[in-house]
Design a protein around this ligand. Structure first.
Ligand code: ATP
Ligand code: RIB
Length: 301
């Protein structure tokens, strides 16, 4: 089975639960405060490892307590972290998160060392090996590093999945030949200029990405599920109905688990249904990577 190499961010999430988000300029009294391990890259790596993938995680952390604890946590999850970049006297990434009564979130990230995950570091740790690998990355690390990874994966004929979050545009050469892109509706709009608000606009946005040379497109639709399109087929996979407490990292769990399904050569339909079950389970609990379910939990659900 191919190995999964996640290249991405590692954060510590500072979370306050409130009934509603404050208006600009407003101070409100919230509920409980939580500190959780987070970061889109880390969340996806943990979700993939718990779903049975053999996972390596390439990230950049500081030598502060947050960074040290994060690396220990990933090792406990059986994730290979020997390729992590540890930067002395620099602060690790932190995310300030507010979760409202509906389980929705607002997130501000202080990137810290995530912004220093460089092309040079990737060159160093990846060398010129071209093993049986699936790469998974997001946009919380420098965009030039993502572009380098895309170029390298293409040259090595390796699969790369880009979860384009947080939303930003991508150069045509990153999209050309990309194996899979997994935007949510907002990210699909930023990437294509098409507002995704119904079935027809969703299909147009996915088609626009295929026209740019992406092989497979999945647009995630929150509680409504996910939509797949490639040159031969398209379909929607509904999401299981659950009581959402905190949707933070739903997309990360979906992507991490889906990468394992791809490594296991499961069909798109089957893999997306399995990833949807994992993501639905994750939104029933507070937190980010801690809410990623194990294989046993997904199978029981
Ligand atoms: P986030 O930024 O919250 O991590 P996202 O915006 O990247 O997520 P979403 O489309 O919100 O991505 O969610 C990804 C997947 O998670 C969905 O396709 C769906 O399968 C699942 N999911 C998200 N929210 C819910 C929910 N409320 N109930 C059930 N499943 C959900
Ligand atoms: O996708 C959720 C993640 O986004 C959080 O864990 C937070 O760290 C931010 O990176």
């Amino acid at each position: 089975m191919p190995k999964i190499v996640v290249v991405g961010s590692s954060n510590t999430d500072m979370v306050v639960k409130t009934e509603r988000f404050p208006e600009p300029g407003e101070t409100i009294l919230g509920g409980e405060f939580y500190m959780f391990p987070g970061g889109k890259g880390a969340n996806q790596a943990v979700a993939a490892a718990r779903a049975g993938g053999e996972v390596s995680f390439i990230c950049a952390v500081g030598d502060d307590l947050f960074g040290q604890n994060a690396l220990k946590g990933y090792a406990t999850e059986n994730i290979h972290v020997s390729s992590a970049l540890v930067i002395e006297n620099e602060a690790s990434g932190v995310a300030l998160i507010t979760v409202n009564g509906a389980g929705e979130n607002e997130i501000v990230v202080a990137s810290g060392t995530n912004a220093k995950l460089s092309i040079d570091h990737l060159k160093l740790v990846l060398g010129d090996t071209n093993g049986d690998t699936i790469f998974l990355t997001q946009l919380e690390t420098p965009i030039e590093t993502v572009a380098f990874l895309a170029k390298r994966a293409k040259a090595g004929k390796q699969k790369l999945i880009i979860n384009p979050a947080p939303a930003q545009t991508l150069e045509d050469e990153v999209l050309q030949g990309l194996f899979l892109i997994t935007p949510n509706e907002t990210e699909a709009k930023i990437l294509t200029g098409i507002t995704v608000n119904d079935a027809s606009s969703m299909e147009s946005a996915a088609k626009a990405l295929l026209d740019k040379g992406v092989e497979n497109v999945i647009i995630t639709l929150g509680s409504r599920g996910s939509f797949f399109m490639n040159s031969s087929t398209s379909f929607i996979v509904p999401a299981p109905k659950v009581n959402a407490v905190d949707t933070t990292a739903a997309g990360d769990v979906f992507n991490g688990v889906l990468s394992v399904c791809i490594a296991n050569a499961r069909s798109w339909q089957d893999g997306m249904a399995y990833a949807s079950r994992a993501a639905a389970l994750s939104v029933t609990k507070m937190g980010a990577q801690d809410t990623a379910p194990t294989i046993a939990e997904i199978n029981q659900f």
